[in-house]
Design a protein around this ligand. Structure first.
Ligand code: OAD
Ligand code: ZN
Length: 229
């Protein structure tokens, strides 16, 4: 019945895999200052701290696994044979490891680094430091996480806009709705006439924007909801 489905995911979908969310109690933003580790200014001030923050998070990926919610989305895509795209705010790699192919990482990826001088992007599982050298241009200390920091523009916004224009069903999973432009995508989907659904542990900041809301753990509510599509 729904021809084109766009699914926005956030940290809540990976919580049951053991990756800390940002704004829940004990979340990343209660242990680190956003301005220190997630802004271009923070990186300019103390690149060593920023590298160690992302080295640690990159290292965590080897210890975690996709959960039933990631798998349910990958199964939905396979079953439908097209017309399903996951737009994730997450920088982990659990969607792709679960088998999702149509995937947009709007806030970047932990497994990528880019050179601030020549812009080359590499895929890596290594640790980085202020001594790391760009293999393309030889720049020393020029590599930075391929992550969208506060004050920077999310990736692939044109592509996301085009998908939302033809979307009939928009599902938001595990996101607090605190960070724009991601939190505003539901409005674009609504304007295109899409049915909108929030699947989250609790009401998000944008809950009133959704036509349908189901609250519970992602590993329970996501397989249940997508199983019916
Ligand atoms: P948040 O930490 O802001 O929100 C996580 C949401 O997931 C909350 O609403 C929780 O209630 C919900 N949640 C927690 N556990 C859950 C579970 N087991 N099942 C379902 N829901 C659960 O994370 P995001 O909304 O993803 O940006 O944060 C958005 C952006 O803010 C991130 O992409 C990051 C951060 O700063 C950048 O790094 C650019
Ligand atoms: Zn370079």
């Amino acid at each position: 019945m729904y021809k084109n489905i766009v699914i926005l995911t956030g940290a809540g979908i990976s919580a049951e895999s053991g990756i800390a969310t940002f704004r829940d109690s004990g979340g990343l933003w209660s242990n680190y200052k956003v301005e220190d580790v997630a802004t271009p200014e923070g990186f300019a001030r103390n690149p060593g701290l920023v590298h160690s923050f992302y080295n640690h998070r990159r290292g965590e990926l080897a210890k975690v696994f996709p959960n039933a919610a990631h798998t349910a989305l990958a199964d939905l895509e396979k079953r439908r044979g097209g017309g399903v795209t996951v737009v994730t705010q997450n920088v982990d790699n659990l969607h792709e490891r679960a088998g999702t192919v149509n995937l947009i990482h709007m806030h970047g990826e932990l497994t990528k680094m880019r050179c601030g001088k020549c812009r080359d992007v590499i895929v890596t599982e290594e640790e980085f430091s202020t001594e790391s050298v760009c293999l393309k241009c030889g720049g020393v200390g020029s590599m930075r996480p391929h992550i969208v920091w506060f004050g920077e523009t999310p990736m692939k916004m044109d592509e996301i806009g085009n998908l939302l224009e033809k979307c009939n069903l928009f599902i938001s999973i595990g996101t607090s709705g605190a960070v724009y432009p991601a939190a505003g995508l539901v409005r674009i989907a609504k304007a295109s006439g899409a049915h909108t659904v929030e699947l989250n542990l609790e009401r998000s900041q944008g809950a009133s924007l959704f036509a349908e809301k189901i609250y519970g753990k992602a590993t329970e509510v996501v397989p249940e909801y997508t199983g019916k599509l």
